[in-house]
Structures are given as structure tokens and as C-alpha cells.
Design a protein around this ligand. Sequence first.
Ligand code: SF4
Ligand code: SF4
Length: 261
Amino acid sequence: MERRRLRIAVHKFASCDGCQLAFLNAGETLLALAEAHDFVHFPELGPVDPEAEADVAFVEGSVCTEEERERIQAIRARSAYLVTLGACATAGGLQALRNLADGEAWLRDIYPRREHLDALATATPVAEHVHVDLALWGCPVDGGQVLDVLAQLALGLRPAPGADKLCLECKRAGHPCTLVTRGRPCLGPVTRGGCGALCPRHGRDCYGCFGPAEHPNTDALGMRFEGLGLIDAAIARRFLFINSAAPEFRRAGLYWRGEAP
Ligand code: SF4
Ligand code: SF4
């Protein structure tokens, strides 16, 4: 198969830069990529040209300001293939928690001059504004998964990361189950794999940063958490965290908040 030389852009919206750093931390493979392709815009790496046309545009962060709402349209128009990079871009991220409250009231209470802020009332995933060709989850993303996607695009293939449940990765790696052996409220049974079961590997329960797996049985898992002794509000917080704008987690979280959608 012939490998194409791609023009790659990495754009930042409302986010912490962690997904860009996970991309950079892919190390030597990234250096090889930089020789095989052209990074036309990637401020964390060096090149800065936000107006550049791209074959592949990665977008980190959610849309939180009027400027971002306009900029994402322009990026989409000059990008052949658009990938959301991580939880903020794919499902709103932590900043989308304000969508569950009165975001406007928070802005007015915290800042003395609300009118000086270019802040929308909600923080929204990129897909609510433009067509997204591929969504990559995680807070942050897995650098290896990003590089796999690029390698497949360079070969003209259509990347399709799996949506199997994290428990499968965890079991394959032989990690003791934090839910069964420690009674921890692990979200692995409803979360998609891709991180290599990073948290259970270190004895921690998963908090769902890779977003909902396909066909997640959030009802059964919520009841299991109740059986572990979690109160309703604590169960709701498990679902309404990093990916609170993902419909499956949002529906489950609102149910445990007593706001059945
Ligand atoms: S620790 Fe979590 S991810 Fe691993 S098997 Fe148990 S429930 Fe699944
Ligand atoms: S185990 Fe869960 S919370 Fe931890 S990195 Fe993986 S998906 Fe994210």
C-alpha cells in the first residue's frame, strides 16, 4: 500500500492541553511521523499557522465562546477529515458540567463584569457544531491510539477504533477487578476500552474518561453501585463527570439525580 504524505493540523479550543501533550508524548513514533508528514499547525510542537488547509485536523477542547463557535466552522471548511481529540472535544469535558447548572448565574456571581466575558451559556462537543469524521475519547487520549489513526489515514484506510467495554481489556491483561475484589464503583462495565485499563492496572476504579461503550447497561451498573452503598447523588456523580454530555452517561446521571429524562 502506498503511504500518503498528510498535512496535519492540531487545533486547541477550551481544554487543558493534556490531549496535545499525550500526542507529543508518543515520543519517537511522533518524530518519525514528523518526517513522513507535514504538521502545518501544532503550536505545542512548533508550527503555527491556524489558517492552513489540512488533510487531517485534530481538534482538542469544547466550544465555549462565540469566537470558538465561529472558528470551528472555518476549521471544518478547510479540513478534509476532522477528528475530535479527547473528552472535551468529543463530549464537552469537565467544563460541560456547567450545562447541568445555571451557567449564566455562575458567570454573573463569580465575575464582577460579566459583559467582559466571551462565554456561551453552555460548553458543547464539537459534533454539535460541525460534522466530525472520527471521535477519539479519553481524558487525555491515548497517544498510541492517535498514532494508529494517523497511520491508517496515511494508508487510505478508514480508522474505526473499537467500542468494546473496558472490562475486556482489563480481563485480557489479568488485572484484579476493582469492583469485585475491592467493592469500588468502577465504570469499566459501561466504558469503552482504549486506555489499556490504566486505572485498574494501578488498583483504581475507572471513572469513565473514555466515554460510553456500545450498548452500555448503565441501569444495571447504577443498581450495582447502590448495592455497594453509594447514595443516589454519588451514583449520579459517577456518570456526570468528565463525559457528562455523552447521552448514555447523561441519561443515567440524571436518573440518579431524580431528573429522569
Ligand atoms: S476493574 Fe473495572 S474494568 Fe476491570 S474488570 Fe473490574 S469492573 Fe471491569
Ligand atoms: S481506566 Fe477509565 S478512567 Fe482510567 S484512563 Fe481508562 S477509561 Fe480513563
